[in-house]
Design a protein around this ligand. Sequence first.
Ligand code: GTP
Length: 241
Amino acid sequence: MAAYKKSIYKRILLKLSGEALLGKQPLGIDPDMVSYVAEEINSVSDLKVQICLVIGGGNIFRGLDAGSKGIERTSADYMGMLATVINSLALQSALELRGIPTRVQSSIAMHEIAEPFIQRKAMRHLDKGRIVIFAGGTGNPYFSTDTAAALRAMEIKANVIMKATKVDGVYDCDPMKNKNAVMFKKISYIDVLTKNLKVMDATAISLCRDNSLPIIVFNMQKRGNIRRVICGEKIGTYVGE
Ligand code: GTP
Protein backbone atom coordinates (compact mmCIF):
# COMPACT_ATOMS: atom_id res chain seq x y z
CA MET A 1 0.00 0.00 0.00
CA ALA A 2 3.06 2.21 0.42
CA ALA A 3 3.04 3.03 -3.29
CA TYR A 4 -0.36 4.62 -3.01
CA LYS A 5 0.46 8.04 -1.63
CA LYS A 6 -1.46 10.50 -3.76
CA SER A 7 -5.12 10.84 -4.60
CA ILE A 8 -5.88 11.53 -8.24
CA TYR A 9 -9.15 13.18 -7.17
CA LYS A 10 -9.94 16.30 -5.21
CA ARG A 11 -13.41 15.23 -4.13
CA ILE A 12 -15.14 11.86 -4.29
CA LEU A 13 -18.55 10.51 -3.44
CA LEU A 14 -18.49 7.00 -2.02
CA LYS A 15 -21.74 5.10 -2.40
CA LEU A 16 -22.30 2.13 -0.10
CA SER A 17 -25.28 -0.15 -0.15
CA GLY A 18 -27.05 -0.73 3.14
CA GLU A 19 -26.20 -4.42 2.69
CA ALA A 20 -22.53 -3.47 3.19
CA LEU A 21 -23.36 -3.13 6.90
CA LEU A 22 -25.21 -6.45 7.17
CA GLY A 23 -22.26 -8.74 7.69
CA LYS A 24 -23.54 -12.27 8.22
CA GLN A 25 -26.83 -11.15 9.71
CA PRO A 26 -30.10 -11.34 7.77
CA LEU A 27 -31.12 -7.83 8.85
CA GLY A 28 -29.73 -4.83 10.70
CA ILE A 29 -26.30 -3.41 11.41
CA ASP A 30 -23.28 -5.55 12.18
CA PRO A 31 -20.95 -3.39 14.32
CA ASP A 32 -17.94 -5.25 12.90
CA MET A 33 -18.95 -4.23 9.38
CA VAL A 34 -19.44 -0.61 10.42
CA SER A 35 -15.95 -0.72 11.96
CA TYR A 36 -14.52 -2.27 8.81
CA VAL A 37 -16.01 0.46 6.61
CA ALA A 38 -14.82 3.18 9.00
CA GLU A 39 -11.31 1.66 9.07
CA GLU A 40 -11.17 1.58 5.30
CA ILE A 41 -12.19 5.23 5.11
CA ASN A 42 -9.80 6.15 7.91
CA SER A 43 -6.98 4.46 5.99
CA VAL A 44 -7.16 7.21 3.33
CA SER A 45 -7.11 10.17 5.76
CA ASP A 46 -3.51 10.99 4.85
CA LEU A 47 -4.44 11.44 1.17
CA LYS A 48 -6.41 14.61 1.99
CA VAL A 49 -9.07 13.73 -0.54
CA GLN A 50 -12.46 15.24 0.22
CA ILE A 51 -15.01 12.50 0.85
CA CYS A 52 -18.75 12.39 1.01
CA LEU A 53 -20.81 9.31 1.57
CA VAL A 54 -24.23 8.08 0.61
CA ILE A 55 -25.41 4.86 2.16
CA GLY A 56 -28.49 2.85 1.30
CA GLY A 57 -30.95 1.40 3.80
CA GLY A 58 -31.61 -2.11 2.49
CA ASN A 59 -30.08 -3.79 5.54
CA ILE A 60 -32.91 -2.32 7.63
CA PHE A 61 -35.80 -1.88 5.26
CA ARG A 62 -36.24 -2.60 1.60
CA GLY A 63 -38.77 -0.14 0.25
CA LEU A 64 -39.27 -1.83 -3.11
CA ASP A 65 -39.98 -5.26 -1.57
CA ALA A 66 -42.34 -3.85 1.02
CA GLY A 67 -44.08 -1.84 -1.68
CA SER A 68 -45.08 -5.06 -3.37
CA LYS A 69 -46.15 -6.67 -0.09
CA GLY A 70 -48.93 -4.46 1.13
CA ILE A 71 -47.21 -1.28 2.31
CA GLU A 72 -48.09 1.59 0.05
CA ARG A 73 -45.12 2.46 -2.18
CA THR A 74 -44.70 6.05 -1.05
CA SER A 75 -44.74 5.05 2.64
CA ALA A 76 -42.37 2.17 1.94
CA ASP A 77 -39.95 4.53 0.23
CA TYR A 78 -40.05 6.97 3.14
CA MET A 79 -39.37 4.07 5.52
CA GLY A 80 -36.36 3.19 3.39
CA MET A 81 -35.16 6.79 3.53
CA LEU A 82 -35.38 6.72 7.32
CA ALA A 83 -33.31 3.53 7.30
CA THR A 84 -30.54 5.44 5.51
CA VAL A 85 -30.51 7.95 8.35
CA ILE A 86 -29.96 5.15 10.89
CA ASN A 87 -27.06 3.80 8.82
CA SER A 88 -25.60 7.28 8.41
CA LEU A 89 -25.61 7.86 12.16
CA ALA A 90 -23.93 4.50 12.74
CA LEU A 91 -21.20 5.37 10.28
CA GLN A 92 -20.79 8.87 11.69
CA SER A 93 -20.21 7.41 15.16
CA ALA A 94 -17.69 4.89 13.88
CA LEU A 95 -15.80 7.55 11.92
CA GLU A 96 -15.73 10.03 14.79
CA LEU A 97 -14.52 7.29 17.15
CA ARG A 98 -11.48 7.18 14.88
CA GLY A 99 -11.05 10.95 15.08
CA ILE A 100 -12.52 11.78 11.67
CA PRO A 101 -14.76 14.87 11.85
CA THR A 102 -18.05 14.02 10.18
CA ARG A 103 -21.32 15.80 9.48
CA VAL A 104 -24.59 14.14 8.60
CA GLN A 105 -26.91 16.14 6.37
CA SER A 106 -30.40 14.85 5.82
CA SER A 107 -32.69 15.63 2.93
CA ILE A 108 -35.65 15.06 5.25
CA ALA A 109 -35.85 17.66 8.02
CA MET A 110 -35.01 16.14 11.40
CA HIS A 111 -33.10 18.93 13.09
CA GLU A 112 -32.58 17.11 16.39
CA ILE A 113 -30.68 14.36 14.63
CA ALA A 114 -28.95 15.83 11.61
CA GLU A 115 -28.26 19.04 9.78
CA PRO A 116 -30.47 19.76 6.81
CA PHE A 117 -28.90 19.28 3.41
CA ILE A 118 -27.49 22.63 2.37
CA GLN A 119 -25.19 22.44 -0.63
CA ARG A 120 -23.03 25.41 0.33
CA LYS A 121 -22.63 24.16 3.88
CA ALA A 122 -21.70 20.70 2.62
CA MET A 123 -18.99 22.25 0.44
CA ARG A 124 -17.68 24.20 3.43
CA HIS A 125 -17.53 21.05 5.57
CA LEU A 126 -15.59 19.28 2.85
CA ASP A 127 -13.17 22.18 2.48
CA LYS A 128 -12.58 21.96 6.23
CA GLY A 129 -11.65 18.29 5.93
CA ARG A 130 -14.88 16.85 7.28
CA ILE A 131 -16.58 13.84 5.79
CA VAL A 132 -20.16 14.63 4.86
CA ILE A 133 -22.72 11.84 4.93
CA PHE A 134 -25.84 12.57 2.92
CA ALA A 135 -28.77 10.81 4.56
CA GLY A 136 -32.42 10.45 3.62
CA GLY A 137 -31.96 9.68 -0.07
CA THR A 138 -33.22 12.44 -2.33
CA GLY A 139 -36.04 13.08 0.16
CA ASN A 140 -38.54 11.89 -2.44
CA PRO A 141 -40.20 8.55 -2.99
CA TYR A 142 -39.63 6.71 -6.27
CA PHE A 143 -35.91 7.55 -6.24
CA SER A 144 -33.15 5.19 -5.18
CA THR A 145 -30.16 6.01 -3.02
CA ASP A 146 -28.08 5.52 -6.18
CA THR A 147 -29.94 8.45 -7.66
CA ALA A 148 -29.39 10.39 -4.43
CA ALA A 149 -25.67 9.65 -4.79
CA ALA A 150 -25.63 10.87 -8.39
CA LEU A 151 -27.58 14.00 -7.50
CA ARG A 152 -25.42 14.92 -4.51
CA ALA A 153 -22.26 14.16 -6.47
CA MET A 154 -23.33 16.73 -9.08
CA GLU A 155 -24.30 19.27 -6.45
CA ILE A 156 -21.03 19.11 -4.57
CA LYS A 157 -19.02 18.78 -7.78
CA ALA A 158 -17.43 15.44 -7.00
CA ASN A 159 -14.91 14.20 -9.56
CA VAL A 160 -16.18 10.62 -9.41
CA ILE A 161 -18.72 8.30 -7.81
CA MET A 162 -17.07 5.29 -6.26
CA LYS A 163 -19.72 2.62 -6.02
CA ALA A 164 -18.74 -0.04 -3.50
CA THR A 165 -20.09 -3.54 -4.08
CA LYS A 166 -19.37 -7.07 -2.95
CA VAL A 167 -18.12 -8.20 -6.37
CA ASP A 168 -15.09 -6.92 -8.30
CA GLY A 169 -16.93 -4.77 -10.84
CA VAL A 170 -19.62 -4.88 -13.52
CA TYR A 171 -20.14 -8.24 -15.23
CA ASP A 172 -22.04 -9.31 -18.33
CA CYS A 173 -24.23 -11.50 -16.10
CA ASP A 174 -24.59 -12.14 -12.37
CA PRO A 175 -21.19 -13.43 -11.13
CA MET A 176 -22.85 -14.89 -8.03
CA LYS A 177 -24.93 -17.18 -10.24
CA ASN A 178 -22.66 -17.72 -13.24
CA LYS A 179 -19.01 -18.62 -12.81
CA ASN A 180 -18.29 -17.77 -16.45
CA ALA A 181 -19.41 -14.17 -15.99
CA VAL A 182 -16.98 -11.72 -17.60
CA MET A 183 -16.08 -8.45 -15.91
CA PHE A 184 -15.86 -5.23 -17.93
CA LYS A 185 -12.80 -3.06 -17.29
CA LYS A 186 -14.59 -0.15 -18.90
CA ILE A 187 -18.13 0.34 -20.13
CA SER A 188 -20.14 3.27 -21.47
CA TYR A 189 -23.22 4.68 -19.77
CA ILE A 190 -25.27 3.81 -22.83
CA ASP A 191 -24.15 0.16 -22.74
CA VAL A 192 -25.04 -0.06 -19.06
CA LEU A 193 -28.51 1.22 -19.94
CA THR A 194 -29.12 -0.83 -23.08
CA LYS A 195 -27.69 -4.05 -21.67
CA ASN A 196 -29.67 -3.44 -18.46
CA LEU A 197 -26.58 -4.22 -16.39
CA LYS A 198 -27.95 -3.02 -13.04
CA VAL A 199 -24.85 -1.10 -12.01
CA MET A 200 -27.12 1.62 -10.70
CA ASP A 201 -30.70 2.31 -11.69
CA ALA A 202 -31.39 4.03 -14.99
CA THR A 203 -32.18 7.41 -13.41
CA ALA A 204 -28.80 7.51 -11.67
CA ILE A 205 -26.90 6.38 -14.77
CA SER A 206 -28.71 8.93 -16.95
CA LEU A 207 -27.92 11.71 -14.52
CA CYS A 208 -24.24 10.76 -14.54
CA ARG A 209 -24.26 10.51 -18.31
CA ASP A 210 -25.90 13.90 -18.81
CA ASN A 211 -23.28 15.49 -16.58
CA SER A 212 -20.27 13.35 -17.62
CA LEU A 213 -19.62 12.10 -14.12
CA PRO A 214 -17.63 8.86 -14.12
CA ILE A 215 -18.55 5.93 -11.87
CA ILE A 216 -16.06 3.37 -10.63
CA VAL A 217 -17.62 0.12 -9.42
CA PHE A 218 -15.27 -1.80 -7.14
CA ASN A 219 -15.15 -4.46 -4.46
CA MET A 220 -15.25 -2.87 -1.04
CA GLN A 221 -14.82 -6.18 0.75
CA LYS A 222 -11.16 -6.36 -0.23
CA ARG A 223 -9.11 -4.39 2.25
CA GLY A 224 -7.24 -1.47 0.70
CA ASN A 225 -9.43 -1.18 -2.39
CA ILE A 226 -10.78 2.26 -1.51
CA ARG A 227 -7.21 3.52 -1.36
CA ARG A 228 -6.32 1.79 -4.61
CA VAL A 229 -9.21 3.40 -6.48
CA ILE A 230 -8.57 6.84 -5.01
CA CYS A 231 -4.92 6.62 -6.02
CA GLY A 232 -5.83 5.69 -9.57
CA GLU A 233 -5.15 1.96 -9.74
CA LYS A 234 -7.35 0.53 -12.45
CA ILE A 235 -9.33 -2.00 -10.49
CA GLY A 236 -13.06 -2.58 -10.84
CA THR A 237 -15.11 -1.23 -13.73
CA TYR A 238 -14.99 2.30 -15.06
CA VAL A 239 -18.34 3.60 -16.31
CA GLY A 240 -18.05 6.69 -18.49
CA GLU A 241 -18.52 8.05 -22.01
P1 GTP B 1 -18.54 25.53 10.82
O1 GTP B 1 -19.61 26.52 10.58
O2 GTP B 1 -17.64 25.34 9.67
O3 GTP B 1 -17.81 25.75 12.10
O4 GTP B 1 -19.28 24.12 10.90
P2 GTP B 1 -19.83 23.34 12.14
O5 GTP B 1 -20.66 22.22 11.58
O6 GTP B 1 -18.78 22.92 13.07
O7 GTP B 1 -20.69 24.44 12.85
P3 GTP B 1 -22.18 24.50 13.22
O8 GTP B 1 -22.26 25.55 14.24
O9 GTP B 1 -23.04 24.61 12.00
O10 GTP B 1 -22.49 23.09 13.86
C1 GTP B 1 -21.97 22.68 15.08
C2 GTP B 1 -22.46 21.27 15.35
O11 GTP B 1 -23.87 21.25 15.34
C3 GTP B 1 -22.02 20.26 14.29
O12 GTP B 1 -21.76 19.01 14.90
C4 GTP B 1 -23.22 20.14 13.38
O13 GTP B 1 -23.32 18.87 12.75
C5 GTP B 1 -24.36 20.35 14.37
N1 GTP B 1 -25.51 20.94 13.70
C6 GTP B 1 -25.55 22.06 12.94
N2 GTP B 1 -26.79 22.27 12.47
C7 GTP B 1 -27.56 21.26 12.95
C8 GTP B 1 -28.94 20.90 12.83
O14 GTP B 1 -29.75 21.54 12.16
N3 GTP B 1 -29.33 19.77 13.49
C9 GTP B 1 -28.46 19.02 14.21
N4 GTP B 1 -28.93 17.93 14.80
N5 GTP B 1 -27.18 19.33 14.35
C10 GTP B 1 -26.73 20.44 13.73
